[in-house]
Write a new protein. Structure first.
Length: 301
């Protein structure tokens, strides 16, 4: 018998495989392909205090071994989310992690407070949103702003808080320490890298937004490096993500120090990726005679 259970801030997951926010809807969109009961957790698309229309199109384009997106966190708002998406996910034996976005600290706190009495397990705070009150710089790109918003969100949260770190910074460990100082329970990383693509025939930007978030297999080496660095810098559990498409990819993150992993862009080109990774981790453990997946977390020093 092998044990694939992991614990994040007191919340036990049956295995370390989760979905990455924005790539899996709120679960219903993939439920025809994926048995959600097999997943450690489902991380929903970002939810704001009011509906957001997102950015103008075109807002997705392919790149070598990846993609750029500038969806702009389009979402139906917290009211519809609580009415429709949470009841759907409660039908399944999986942990529910809600990704929270906002344009001001008050926006985030409003959503977190609203979710305090909902049957969800963890809250993931997307600090890559631009802070409208600070000239548009993302909360997650300034350590003081990151620590401050973490402290504020914690005042309203009943569930453990995951701070999702942006890689678009000079030193990821500085940001991790700021989130830890603010009282974060868990860290997740990495969010997308900022990129750009030019359509040479139309002689314009491939995305209406000019820039977008780069994700997919191409970002994995950067993500593994950042997870390793953060694991050495803080004592918080880490959810690793960035280009995970196979069990082997997931194992790199776990061995670098991640307690759990999130699968994102792979869902677009292989809707079965998450459950294949769950099975692949168990197979690897059997082959390598590893009884408990926790033995592998951070094994590479």
């Amino acid at each position: 018998m092998i044990n694939t259970k992991v614990t994040l801030a007191g919340v036990e997951l049956k295995n370390p495989v989760m979905t990455a926010s924005g790539t899996f809807g709120s679960g219903a969109e993939y439920s025809e392909f994926v048995d959600l009961n097999k997943l450690g957790g489902v991380v929903t698309k970002g939810v704001a205090n009011v509906p957001w229309p997102g950015n103008p199109t075109p807002r997705v384009t392919e790149t070598a071994s990846g993609m750029l997106n500038a969806i702009g966190l389009q979402n139906p708002g917290i009211d519809l989310f609580c009415r429709r998406d949470i009841p759907f996910l409660k039908q399944y034996d999986t942990k529910i992690i809600v990704n929270v976005c906002g344009k001001s600290t008050e926006d985030y706190c409003e959503v977190v407070e609203r979710l305090a009495d909902e049957p969800v397990d963890l809250l993931e705070i997307n600090v890559s949103c631009p802070n409208v009150k600070e000239g548009g710089i993302a909360f997650g790109q300034n350590p003081h702003a990151l620590e401050a918003i973490t402290k504020e969100v914690k005042k309203y949260a009943k569930q453990p808080i995951i701070m999702k770190l942006s890689p678009n910074v000079t030193d990821i460990t500085e940001m991790a320490r700021a989130a830890e100082a603010g009282g974060a329970d868990i860290l997740s990383l990495i969010n997308t890298l900022t990129g750009m693509k030019i359509d040479i025939y139309r002689k314009t930007f491939a995305l209406a937004n000019k820039t977008g978030g780069m994700s997919g297999p191409a970002v994995k080496p950067v993500a593994v490096r950042m997870v390793y660095q953060v694991a050495q810098a803080v004592k918080l559990p880490i959810i690793g993500m960035g280009g995970i498409a196979t069990a082997e990819d997931a194992l790199e993150f776990i061995m670098a120090g991640a307690t759990a992993v999130s699968v994102g862009t792979a869902n677009f080109f292989n809707p079965y990726a998450t459950t294949e990774i769950v099975d692949g981790l168990a197979k690897f453990m059997e082959q390598q005679k590893v009884e408990d997946i926790n033995q592998l977390i951070g094994i590479v020093k």
